[in-house]
Structure formats: structure tokens, C-alpha cells
Ligand binder design. Structure first.
Ligand SMILES: C[S@@+](CC[C@H](N)C(=O)[O-])C[C@H]1O[C@@H](n2cnc3c(N)ncnc32)[C@H](O)[C@@H]1O
Length: 315
């Protein structure tokens, strides 16, 4: 499957899991695809639903995609902009990054948002307590060399075409508001932040919010698929067995090479929880008993799946 990668980057991007999520979503009958936490949008842009409501509490993400939708930003405009600002970045030996960051924090330009997303440290999206973008520069003054400009321009073109061909609505909403707009004909894909993982102006998450999300999905009687993690070498995500205990679970394994060393090969189990039957899903209770008795946490039949993808964890 060809994956369309969006031009905006973020640490929680689900590019590696899109195929898995899509193959599960295809089994479900629904009228509209809803994402209360769209992030980069990579899931929706690859699932390609006929109708979608995509929301996020981060206004910059929503503004960017609405600008693609209205064609205020096109691939041609992006190319011209990146060539110009990229030349200034190189000439200033990287100092221009901080000028753009200041400018973005004053006027919130979507083109500047794209520039920062593609030239910041590790493609992170972080905002300080006042809502200001605060990620440092990746320290590559020649960042916007021709090959990357072409790549980003193509990504903007592909996603613009997907938006044009579909019926996508982008809204800057807190998930509590999005929950008020869903009903039983929707399939709601939820990818909330991980509890306690980090605190960011647009992106923090608590147990109360996780419970509010579950209750909102129940009240709306909507079908849902929720992305989360099940376990890594050190910990198990106990919220799966408390907040989400009624729902079936499907898992997929990833391997991370810590510090790039083959010997430090750590597995992490990604999970999809749902109130509809997913491919290879098992009940929550069965998974809990597997964990308690040290059995496999993998629900998929490995013979049917491709080998786990190799991810390298940048420390
Ligand atoms: C894990 S990311 C989603 C990643 C996305 N699935 C992707 O592949 O790019 C979580 C997203 O939730 C958003 N978010 C955090 N708190 C929120 C809230 N209270 N309401 C709505 N969105 C929120 C963040 O801005 C972030 O974009």
C-alpha cells in the first residue's frame, strides 16, 4: 500500500501504523469518519473516507489544512516560499530559523508553521505555556536543499488532491466539543495523547479526560477505534484494563533499536481497542490473562503479517 505522508510532522505521527488501522477500518460499516485528535492527519488521508470530520485542539494544524482546502496554500506557493526562506536560512547559517519562529509566534502564518515543522529538531511539535512554538533548530542550515523542497511540495500536492476529492471538514475543537457532534453512524478514530507522557500547551492528557472520552463515545453510541500502547520492556498500560476493559483489543509489535544498537532491541506493543470486531482481536480479559501468565501479547497471526517494522529511536 502506498502511504501518503502529510507535510506537517509531529512526534505522535502514526505513519507506521496506518496500513493496520486502515485494514481494520475497512471491515466497519459507517457514514462518516471522525477524528477528535487528528494530529498530522496521516490516518484519515490514507483511510480516504467519503466524508470526514477532523478536529484538533491545536489551531495551527487546523488552519494549515483549511488553507489547503481553500487553496490559499498550494504546492506552487509552498515551493516558492521554501526556496526563498531556505536560501535565507542557509545565508544566515541557521539564524533565520529563529526569525521565522518569532514571526510565527506573532502572526501564526501556516507557511511558517510548515517551515518550522520541517526544520526543527527531530520534527517535534511543542508549544510553551503561553502557546508559543519552542522547538529549537535542527542545526542544518542547508535543510531546504532542492530534494527536500521537492519532497515537501509533492506531499502538499498529494494531500491537497486527497482533500479536494473527499468531503473533509477541519475544526479547531477540544475533544469534548467534538464528542457533542458524533452519532451512531460515525466511526470515531481516537488517538489521544498518552497520559502523563508530556505536558504541552495544546497537548496534555489526564485520566479524567480518558474517562470523559470513553463515556462520550458510549453516550453517542458511536463505533470507535482507539489507538494506544499496550506495553514496552518496562511497563504495561493499565488503563487498557480499567478504563477500556469492556473492549476488544488487537495488537501489533514494533522493535526499537535504542541508540541504534542491535543488542538494545526493545519491543513495544501497539494496541487498537474497539467496540466493533477488529481483525485478530481478542477480549480484554483474555489479554489480561495472557499478560499475567507471560504468554504472547501479539493478537495477530504472525504468519499472515509482514515482519515487524524496524524503527530507530533517536535519543
Ligand atoms: C497522538 S497525537 C495524534 C496523532 C495523529 N493520529 C497522527 O498520526 O498524526 C494527539 C493529538 O491530539 C491533540 N490534542 C491534545 N489534547 C486535545 C484535546 N483536549 N482536544 C483535542 N485535541 C487534542 C494534539 O494537538 C495532537 O495533535
Amino acid at each position: 500500500m502506498k502511504i501518503f505522508v502529510p507535510p506537517i510532522k509531529s512526534q505522535g505521527i502514526k505513519t507506521k501504523l496506518v496500513e493496520w488501522i486502515k485494514s481494520n477500518a475497512e471491515q466497519v460499516d459507517y457514514d462518516r469518519w471522525v477524528e477528535p485528535f487528528m494530529g498530522t492527519g496521516v490516518v484519515a488521508f490514507n483511510v480516504r473516507p467519503k466524508r470526514a470530520l477532523l478536529c484538533d485542539s491545536n489551531p495551527h494544524i487546523i488552519k494549515f489544512y483549511n488553507s489547503l482546502k481553500s487553496k490559499e496554500i498550494t504546492s506552487k506557493i509552498v515551493k516558492k516560499y521554501l526556496i526563498k526562506e531556505g536560501e535565507q536560512l542557509l545565508a544566515s547559517e541557521g539564524k533565520h530559523y529563529y526569525e521565522i519562529r518569532n514571526r510565527f509566534n506573532e502572526n501564526g502564518s501556516s507557511l511558517d508553521f510548515l517551515f518550522l515543522s520541517r526544520s526543527c529538531f527531530n520534527g517535534m511539535m511543542r508549544f510553551n505555556k503561553k502557546g508559543g512554538y519552542n522547538v529549537p533548530f535542527c542545526k542544518k542550515p542547508n535543510r531546504f536543499a532542492q530534494a527536500l523542497v521537492t519532497k515537501i511540495t509533492n506531499q502538499v500536492e498529494n494531500i491537497s488532491q486527497i482533500i479536494e476529492k473527499g468531503d473533509f471538514e477541519f475544526k479547531n475543537l477540544d475533544f469534548k466539543e467534538t464528542l457533542k457532534n458524533i452519532d451512531s453512524k460515525d466511526l470515531v478514530y481516537c488517538d489521544p495523547p498518552y497520559i502523563g507522557r508530556h505536558v504541552d500547551y495544546f497537548d496534555s492528557w489526564s485520566e479524567e479526560e480518558e474517562i470523559f472520552l470513553r463515556d462520550g463515545l458510549i453516550d453517542a453510541n458511536a463505533k470507535f477505534i482507539l489507538s494506544t500502547w499496550l506495553s514496552n520492556k518496562y511497563r504495561t498500560n493499565d488503563y487498557i484494563f480499567s478504563v477500556w476493559k469492556e473492549y476488544s483489543i488487537s495488537t501489533k509489535e514494533h522493535f526499537y533499536h535504542v541508540g541504534g544498537k542491535e543488542s538494545n532491541r526493545n519491543a513495544v506493543y501497539e494496541a487498537l481497542l474497539s467496540n466493533v470486531k477488529l481483525n485478530d482481536s481478542i477480549s480484554n480479559k483474555v489479554m489480561q490473562s495472557r499478560i499475567n501468565t507471560n504468554q504472547s501479547q501479539l493478537t495477530s497471526n504472525q504468519n499472515k503479517t509482514t515482519l515487524p517494522e524496524q524503527l530507530s529511536l533517536k535519543l
